[in-house]
Ligand binder design. Structure first.
Ligand code: Z5A
Length: 213
């Protein structure tokens, strides 16, 4: 049951599928619609969480990060982010638009790393008993497409250095999570042109914003 006044929108998908591009579009849309909003991201979103993000994403040629360490650090960031940023903004009636949230842990640490989903659910129940996104936009495309789009960027971070089968498992993890909570998700076919994706985004945002006026 929804317990906040604002609107919590999360954006998910595998590497390079167009989340950051969509985020800019959403930001412009909400500005033009005169909505109060904040844009944030995971892992990160507060000073402490951004410090943990560095630990999570900096490549380490000496030591391999254990999957459970990765999962717990993601949740450490998340708790900090939720308490310090997300809940206060939602309580103030704002939109919170987050580039990734809890579904990423199910997809990356569950699907990608193979941690049992029931263990991630335990953390979810303990740490986030009352908070769910109102809507999650899942940008979906075969991993190869996202990796092609992303390869023109600079150095890869620790997780980006994974191989394609890892990202295919992540994609499957997202789709499985979506199947368990279909009403919350909108799956966006990210293989299409940017223009087509943006037409769909506008339609979804129109539905919510008009519906909430
Ligand atoms: N992670 C995790 O493991 N567990 C967790 O619980 C959480 C996160 C919360 C954070 O990375 C990493 O943490 C991430 C998951 C993990 N690791 N990986 N991989 P991040 O979210 O900060 O960054 P990212 O996932 O690597 O995002 P990204 O690579 O920046 O992808 P993107 O934002 O989806 O892509 P983009 O920058 O919008 O687009 C990429 C390029 O494609 C760009 O040149 C665009 O102009 C172009 N583009 C976008 N859309 C289109 C279309 N439709 N057609 C053609 N070209 C397009």
């Amino acid at each position: 049951m929804k317990t906040h006044k604002g609107f919590f929108l999360t954006i998910e998908g595998t590497e390079g599928v167009g989340k950051s591009t969509a985020l800019k579009y959403i930001q412009d849309y909400l500005t033009q619609a005169g909505k109060k909003f904040i844009v944030t991201r995971e892992p990160g979103g507060t000073g402490i969480a951004e410090q943990i993000r560095q630990v999570l994403l900096t490549p380490n040629s000496v030591e391999t990060m254990v999957p459970e360490t990765e999962l717990l650090l993601m949740f450490a960031c998340r708790v900090q982010h939720v308490q310090q940023v997300i809940l206060p903004a939602l309580a103030a009636g704002k939109w919170v638009v987050s580039d990734r949230f809890i579904d990423a842990s199910f997809a990356y640490q569950g699907g990608g790393r193979g941690i049992d989903v029931s263990r991630i659910e335990l953390l979810e129940k303990w740490l986030l008993p009352d908070l769910k996104p109102d809507l999650t936009l899942l940008f979906d495309a075969p991993a190869q497409i996202g990796l092609e789009r992303a390869k023109h960027r600079g150095a890869q971070d620790r997780i980006e250095q994974e191989k394609i089968d890892f990202f295919e498992r992540v994609r499957a993890g997202y789709l499985e999570r979506m199947q368990r909570d279909k009403n919350r998700f909108r799956v966006i076919d990210a293989t299409r042109s940017l223009e087509k994706v943006q037409v769909e985004l506008k339609k979804i945002l129109d539905e919510i914003v008009v519906g909430r006026n």
